[in-house]
Design a protein around this ligand. Sequence first.
Ligand code: FMN
Length: 342
Amino acid sequence: MKIYPLIRPLLFRLEPERAHRATLKALEIGHRLRLNGLLAPPSAPPCEIMGLRFSNRVGLAAGLDKNGDHIDALAALGFGFIEIGTTTPRPQPGNPPPRLFRLPQAEALINRMGFNNKGVDYLVSRVKEARTSAVIGINIGKNFDTPMEKALDDYRLCMRKVYPCAGYITINISSPNTPGLRELQHRVQLVSLIEPLKEQQQKLAAEHGRYVPFTVKIAPDLEREDLFTLAEILKEHEVDGVIATNTTLDHGQVKHLPHGGEAGGLSGAPLRQRSTRVVRQLAEALQGALPIIGTGGIMSGADAREKMAAGARLVQIYTGLVYRGPALIREVVASLQNNELR
Ligand SMILES: Cc1cc2nc3c(=O)[nH]c(=O)nc-3n(C[C@H](O)[C@H](O)[C@H](O)COP(=O)(O)O)c2cc1C
């Protein structure tokens, strides 16, 4: 039974952030009534990636549950993993609203949320209460008002705080809504970020007796040459995984549409090919040295298979959920089950 197509027109009448809050509230109620599991896909063969066991290859992308307030309710929908955050050392309000826009003709969103979140201490307290067996990824970033030359301190602090309760940690250096953040993807800045974080990871592993892998999340707006440089650095420093991609700043495909000119990152269908191109080029450069998590414009099972064919080993979705609802999770899990498993 497909309920979401019936609810969607009502949700789309609400201002997007209000619809977001209403949906999450409904999910919480559904979870308490044990209804969410009815929407979940049948079990799939588990896989082991980055030393972690995933019950299926479909994850929730970062940004939907920034504070980890809804981990169990979301996991009950059948995700193999849930990435929460981006979280920052201190709470911050993000950009002034309106900052989230729907472009229904293009099945897309534009957002300039700006890491609105309650801070890393709050997020950790929420993760400690979560009961799910799904892998929990924690996506970390820097505060808006931390100067770029101090960015490493923010990532270090967040890594140290989330380490004991994370399945994996994502270093987000690709959100377009924090000025300067994407510059961390360039060679010199990237090495000066990754090297000390890798060092800290080794220390924390010894301290806690558990190795928590970390991934780097990259932008779709990198040229082939930049991607090859980035891949070399990730390999050399033994980063555990890479998430490709975040949202794009190229609004070329949607600029004629209402809201197409809003500032922020574009996600959903118009991002798909661009993200897949990045996954393919990364796969070529990495030669299997580390796993790629493919995200960007997955709106169907076929789109997810495209990411896997390009070289991804796991996928994540966000905007597809807004347009297709939880049925998309089931569809993607089913379609990947028929995919050649690696
Ligand atoms: C409203 C919104 C907020 C987002 N916030 C974050 C974030 O905080 N951190 C992050 O790494 N990515 C964030 N993203 C990017 C998504 O995680 C994902 O990489 C991107 O949207 C592409 O996937 P999609 O086309 O399936 O949405 C956000 C995306 C949207 C639409």
